[in-house]
Ligand binder design. Sequence first.
Ligand SMILES: [Zn+2]
Length: 223
Amino acid sequence: MLFPPKCVFCDAVVGLGETLGICRECAQKVPFYMSDYLMGGPHGAAHSGCDRVICALKYTDMVKSAMTKFKFSQRAEFGPTFGAILAEKIRRVEGPGIFSVATAIPLGEGREKERGFNQAGIIAKYVAMHLNVRYCHDLLDKREGAMRQSGLTGAQRDRNAKESFALAGGVKEKGLVKGQAILLIDDVSTTLSTINAGAALLKGGGAALVVGAVVASGMAGRD
Ligand SMILES: [Zn+2]
């Protein structure tokens, strides 16, 4: 981590008393998503994708610019900050001891190489650490040649997402999916197509429960 640590939102130097990598001023403005679930809930109907989806923040300009910096500037302090925020929300709405495995939506080998890291994977690692859940890096594979989701319509996104992923080789045999309560993590979700497609594959592999968790979503509103 860089020192002195800087605020993930505004780059101000964060004082030692200010935890989480957020400065005092930005801490007052963090756009928390207040509802427990973005989709579904403990008593909601079962879904072919995620049983329910948790979201920590609204995707406002403040969050959007921090996420963009996280993706492209390789600043390591974003992972702990967003991981801790998401873990806290999950703990609050789900309670302790629900999940046996945590994993992330993969980025695809080409893009991961180009960028050097998968930001969803980094966030997921910190979430798993905070919740004391086993982290499995590679339950899902991104298929080579998968199209990017941006620029597609809703129906196209659903179809493209379904065709973009596969259950990773060997995970069924290793017993990492069947009967497991899986926490599936992504950084930002626009329409939930991607996370629901990933969840459907895990369910197809025998997962007992798949709960999606995203740091931020435009569906959570921007105001
Ligand atoms: Zn700040």
